[in-house]
Design a protein around this ligand. Structure first.
Ligand code: HEC
Length: 476
């Protein structure tokens, strides 16, 4: 059944004489397989097979067996419906599916490359949002819109969202905690309320049982009944006040785990140093009342983002790599900590593969848990969220969005994006830009810090450079 103009085009191309030739022999402009791919597959697997909401199809990682012709034909025809890969045997005929399978064969990679459009030719620019000129340069996948949710949120950092959609935001030097209020539910927070001020870099915010927890450098505070009190300068209780006072990697990202405990990292107070016997370079946890302080993970240089997988309930966290090993080493890490007591390598081994020139002597990377993904050197991967809403298309469900704050000391800047990582179990199968364009010609217009999912399925992204919180929605 033909439903759309693009399917008509495909039919026309499929009936053209070129369709009788093997895909790799067809002239570039008329390759029917390439057109079929662009019309039906590129939206999820990328123009150049690099992956987007669906996995990369050009790399060596295959989820469903080896990429033989027969295997590919079967996969394309039947799909993996419960994982967001549609079956195509209703919409494409056997010859078209066969052409697509040929097109994807690793042996045809070179032929495919010759057909690729010039970089950026088909990138979908974000539609200009009225009154948000600085957003015009931002790029998101087709169908997504970005707009300013709240402005003048000085040094906006970690986000915490209540079930009713009230948003709390921590900050660094501003010393403030904010509440963003969208009373008329039009998708823009018309009030930015200062909940507390004069705090010592209250980067971290977390919610539990109606209370807001705030992580300063050396203290954890609790504001009870916060949804009722946020607008009237609420008082707080100090639930912990003996964390180290170091400011280097001292700002706290905090979150409540599925076990009801509050997780608190203590970063290494240095670029690289051995603090194995101290409280540093570790993730800790405690009961929300401050009791039962205990070690959760070791070998973590500086995590400014962690969350729990919505299905497996395992902790996933980013960790920022050390500096002064050049522009390209080591990579930031994405780690999984399914249980307490694991060691993630710092300062001995970086990114699972690189022994430290100084502290790695006599050590082996095998002794430590390797990351599930290398996120890139100096990109400063911070907050992350699994997409658990229902507004975005099905294939985004339970995939990972990671905020990259961007490099501060690399010759050419890198990062300054929100990345989309698609997963198959605990395997990362693609890593592509979800929000791009904060960095243009070495000029920076925003630095993403944290990502949070709203009750309506939109997402928020904080930016401590633009002092804003953005909202991303999906409307096909
Ligand atoms: C709506 C998004 C979407 C579209 C459109 C889509 N795919 Fe997929 N595809 C996916 C997802 C998601 C997966 C991963 C499924 C899983 O995790 O098992 C996938 C997996 C695959 C795989 C298996 C990859 C592997 O590593 O084993 C192949 C091959 C594939 N798709 C080919 C295609 C082709 C060819 C088309 C176009 C005819 C297409 N896909 C269109 C989302 C999509």
């Amino acid at each position: 059944m033909i439903k759309t103009p693009s399917q008509l085009l495909i039919l026309a191309l499929a009936l053209a004489p070129a369709a009788l030739l093997p895909a790799q022999a067809a002239p570039a402009s008329a390759s029917p397989a390439h057109q079929l791919y662009l019309a039906n597959c590129a939206q999820c697997h990328g123009q150049a097979l690099e992956g987007a909401a669906g996995p990369n199809l050009a790399d060596a990682t295959w989820l469903h067996g080896q990429p033989t012709k027969a295997n590919l034909v079967r996969l394309i025809a039947k799909g993996v419906p419960d994982k967001g890969m549609p079956g195509w045997d209703k919409q494409l005929n056997a010859s078209q599916i066969s052409q697509l399978a040929d097109y994807l064969l690793p042996a045809n990679a070179a032929a495919r490359k010759a057909l690729r459009p010039a970089a950026g030719a088909n990138a979908a620019p974000a539609p200009a949002t009225p009154g948000a000129a600085s957003l015009a340069g931002l790029k998101l996948p087709q169908g997504f819109q970005i707009a300013v949710y709240a402005d003048k949120v000085e040094s906006a950092r970690e986000l915490a969202v209540t079930d009713s959609g009230l948003v709390f935001v921590g900050s660094r030097k501003a010393g403030k905690v904010y509440a963003l209020v969208d009373a008329d539910k039009d998708g823009v927070a018309e009030h930015v309320v200062t909940v507390a001020e004069g705090l010592n870099r209250p980067n971290g915010v977390a919610l539990l049982n109606g209370a807001l927890y705030v992580g300063e450098i050396s203290r954890i505070l609790r504001f009870d009944n916060i949804e009722k009190t946020y607008a009237s300068k609420p008082s707080y209780k100090v639930v912990k006040d003996d964390l180290p006072a170091d400011t280097w990697h001292g700002e706290k990202y905090i979150k409540i785990g599925p076990d009801g405990k509050l997780y608190i990292p203590i970063g290494a107070p240095c670029n690289v140093c051995d603090k194995e016997d101290d409280s540093y370079a570790k993730i800790w946890r405690m009961n929300p009342d401050g009791s039962n302080w205990e070690l959760f993970a070791r070998g973590v240089r500086n995590t400014v983002g962690f969350t729990w997988h919505p299905v497996t309930k395992e902790m996933w966290f980013t960790d920022n790599g050390r500096d002064e090993m050049g522009d390209n080493l080591p990579s930031d890490e994405l780690n999984i900590a399914p249980r307490a007591g694991m060691h993630f390598g710092f300062p001995y081994c970086h990114a699972g593969v690189l022994l430290d020139p100084q502290f790695g002597k006599g050590k082996s990377c095998e002794a430590y848990t390797a990351p599930v993904a290398a996120l890139g050197p100096h990109v400063a991967s911070l907050g992350l969220a699994f997409y658990t809403g229902t507004q975005f298309p099905e294939q985004y469900r339970n995939q990972l969005l990671i905020a990259e704050h961007g490099s501060w000391n690399r010759a050419n800047k890198i990062g300054y994006q929100v990345r989309l990582l698609t997963l198959h179990g605990n395997k990362v199968v693609s890593d592509t830009a979800f929000i791009d364009g904060f960095l243009q010609n070495e000029q920076v217009s925003g630095r993403p810090v944290d990502v949070a999912v709203m009750p309506d399925g939109s997402i928020l992204v904080s930016d401590d450079h633009g002092h804003k919180v953005y909202r991303v929605t999906y409307r096909p």
